[in-house]
Design a protein around this ligand. Structure first.
Ligand code: SF4
Ligand code: SF4
Length: 383
């Protein structure tokens, strides 16, 4: 066959494949040297990685020196198995440690999914199967509670009503809002904790179209849902045809508009950030304003903001010893900084932090409940 007679499109494909092989990108043969592939997909960007090793040297869940860290990244770049795939607890912190924005956690999550042997991926495969069925329309249908026509939708992601604090939907904070929940509305971003990095790309548009069919703006109760529309949709070229808001901004707005109903709490609280906060760090400013409005101080502590630790939900069943060690250090740090309570904003974090906070006698409060306490809907929990 005369190679010169090959169709232009076929040549382009061959060149892309060569490009993928020479740049070390095995994720998608259509990747170019830019941040996005030709179809608009963002992914791990090998061209931004200078092999400094910072991401894995700073990872608090392994003890790698620079040489080992660089060797691990090299293996992943070559599409090979590496020690970090079994050790990574999917906390996303290395994205913040990377000085060049190469997105190392994305590389690790893709490779965890591909290799498929990390304890997290193996243990959570049955859950991912249930999610896949739900997203393919073969699972339990979602729930919709219709609200006032002029109010936005509150998306609870795939959480059951029983997984959010009791009475939340009766609160003035969400009065009249349409409420949806179920796998068909789920955020997908959290699938990285189960070996499902590809789920955003596979199902992102479907989930967003389902929410768009409601014809309203969306308030995301779960941080991951907001990360899907605000960050991942742009990276993956997914269209978001509705307005949306993070829970923190919604709470801030409500409290701002109802300041005369607030009784300042005069408490100090520590914050357990949800891991996807790494994708939307700007939401922290809304939280700071919420605290100011309700008279709460956030005392400085070791494990917060850049230095925050994982709630341990992804590893609680696969590496219990490590999980309990992290939880204890985390809760003790919150106590030592003088906090009266630890605040959570994700139902998974909230559930997994229940045992250590109770054992170490630190009050734990979901962020919506903290606002409800300030609005007089609930009392401060008894110690
Ligand atoms: S995601 Fe977290 S645990 Fe995994 S390598 Fe990065 S910093 Fe370490
Ligand atoms: S991903 Fe970032 S932090 Fe990690 S080796 Fe590459 S440039 Fe350094």
């Amino acid at each position: 066959m005369n190679l010169l007679l090959l169709d232009r499109a076929v040549w382009s494909l061959v060149l892309d494949l060569l490009d993928a092989l020479t740049t070390g990108c095995y994720e998608h043969i259509m990747r170019t040297k830019e941040t996005k592939c030709k179809w608009g997909h963002k992914m791990w960007d090998a061209s931004k990685c200078d092999l400094c090793g910072d991401c894995l040297v700073r990872c608090r869940y392994v003890d790698y020196d620079k040489e080992k860290a660089v060797a691990e990244i090299r293996l992943l770049m070559e599409g090979k198995d590496a020690d970090i795939l079994t050790k990574c607890i999917t906390c996303i912190a290395c994205n913040d440690y990377c000085p060049t924005g190469a997105d190392p956690s994305n590389l690790i999550f893709k490779m965890q999914e591909r290799i498929g042997t990390s304890p997290i991926v193996v243990a959570l495969a049955p859950f991912l199967d249930v999610i896949t069925k739900g997203l393919e329309g073969q699972g339990e249908p979602g729930h919709l509670i219709a609200g006032d026509p002029d109010k936005p939708v509150l998306s609870l992601d795939s959480f059951d009503f029983g997984e959010i604090p009791e009475g939340t939907l009766d609160s003035q904070l969400f009065k009249g809002m349409t409420v949806v929940r179920g796998i068909e509305y789920m955020s997908l971003v959290g699938c990285v904790h189960m070996g499902g990095e590809s789920f955003v790309e596979k199902y992102g548009q479907r989930v967003i179209d389902k929410l768009a069919s409601l014809g309203k703006d969306i308030v995301y109760f779960h941080n991951e849902g907001f990360a899907l529309v605000h960050v991942k949709a742009k990276e993956y070229g997914i269209t978001v045809p509705f307005g949306y808001m993070h829970l923190f901004e919604h709470l801030r707005n409500y409290l701002r508009d109802h300041q005369s109903s607030i009784s300042k709490l005069g408490k100090k609280v520590a914050y357990q950030a949800n891991c996807a906060t790494r994708y939307v760090p700007e939401q922290d400013d809304f939280l700071d304003e919420i605290f100011e409005l309700i008279g709460v101080k956030r005392p400085p502590r070791l494990y917060e903001r850049l230095n925050a630790v994982c709630c341990t939900a992804p590893i609680i069943n696969t590496n219990r010893e490590l999980a309990i060690g992290i939880q204890e250090k985390n809760v003790k740090d919150a106590i030592e900084c003088g906090a009266d309570a630890l605040i959570t904003s994700c139902p998974y974090c909230d559930r997994v932090m229940r045992r250590p906070t109770s054992q170490l006698s630190l009050t734990k409060i979901f962020i919506t409940d903290l606002c409800r306490i300030a609005l007089g809907e609930k009392p401060w929990p008894e110690g």
